[in-house]
Design a protein around this ligand. Structure first.
Ligand SMILES: [Zn+2]
Length: 315
């Protein structure tokens, strides 16, 4: 059995895993991540050594290591270009880790790793043309075309969350106005929920949030809408309309065999995919003639990133 190592370098944790030939994570290890670059690289090396030891192997027994990172990375130069959560700019993360480990290191964007993982072992298993959006704090994206990861000429494209949704819209964290992320991320849903709450002090949504100490998360509007609150239902409906609009544009360009939704909000399952599948018809070119591909939620959760990272060298 040939084993591979994939790492998911998150804002709070470094998750490393050993992936077998059946694309299953057979050993996993998690440790806190560090925002200091030197210590972060040392931590990554430690995470690789620890999970290799769990499998009774040495680092040199592996062909390579893949690392998925929630930031803009250049897979050709193996440099991390910019990371929002750590403030790192243009750091040689791949090279620094290769020097420590003595084997090749491949780096990729975390959402790119997720789409690879889902195509190898999850909701898009066996599919060669796949588009995925991850709906979390931000909106990430990954595209497989003819079985290969598409990242653009310099490897830094496919920032699907930062494609235009509304002209003159809400200013995104990236500085551009009207990005999809500003309307379809969990952060955006929370903003929309709070706004509806303030506009409808008589609503069950308002009462629900007050009962929960003012806390609003990505589930609040969905839960209250399910319980029959109209203000919450309107928030969910508008949120899904924004998302359907964004998805419709991507389907029109790429015509994937399947469209995947991952990230925290994908836990909503059919509450998300059923209404989206209807709404998206209005945003896809010639959908009345050629239909739309199925929109489904990802199935592997965090494991998708680990599995995808372990196969970055093949993509
Ligand atoms: Zn943006």
């Amino acid at each position: 059995m040939q084993y591979r190592i994939g790492i998911d370098l998150g804002g709070t944790a470094v998750k490393s895993g050993i992936v077998d030939e059946n694309h299953q994570v057979v050993f996993r290890h998690s440790q806190p991540s560090d925002h200091n670059f030197e210590r972060a690289v040392a931590g990554l090396a430690e995470a690789v050594e620890t999970v290799a030891a769990m499998a009774g192997l040495r680092v040199s027994d592996f062909p390579c290591v893949g690392v998925g990172i929630p930031s803009t990375v250049n897979p050709h130069t193996k440099r991390l270009v910019f990371a929002n959560n750590t403030g790192w700019r243009d750091v040689p993360i791949g090279e620094a880790l290769e020097q420590r480990l003595g084997i090749p290191v491949y780096i990729g964007n975390d959402a790119n790793c997720a789409v690879i993982g889902e195509a190898l072992a999850g909701a898009a298993k066996g599919r060669k043309n796949v588009v995925m959006l991850t709906l979390g704090t931000g909106v990430g994206g990954g595209i497989l075309l003819d079985g290969r990861l598409f990242t653009g000429g310099d490897g830094m494209g496919v920032e699907l969350g930062h494609t235009p949704l509304l002209h003159g819209g809400y200013r995104c964290t990236c500085g551009i106005e009207g990005c999809l992320e500003g309307y379809a991320s969990v952060t955006a849903l929370i903003r929309q929920t709070r706004q509806a709450m303030e506009e409808h002090p008589e609503s069950a949504l308002h009462a629900y949030v007050a009962e929960h100490g003012g806390q609003v998360d990505g589930r609040t509007a969905f839960d209250c809408a399910q319980a029959g609150d109209e203000a919450a239902a309107a928030v969910v409906d508008q949120y899904l309309e924004y998302l359907a609009n964004g998805i419709g544009g991507l389907i029109t360009i790429f015509r994937p065999e399947i469209f995947l939704l991952g990230g925290g909000l994908s836990a909503q399952g059919e509450n998300l995919t059923r209404p989206l599948s209807e709404k998206v018809l209005r945003y896809v070119y010639s959908s009345d003639l050629i239909g739309v591909p199925p929109i489904v939620t990802a199935t592997l959760g965090n494991a998708a990133g680990t599995i995808g990272a372990a196969y970055l060298d093949r993509m």
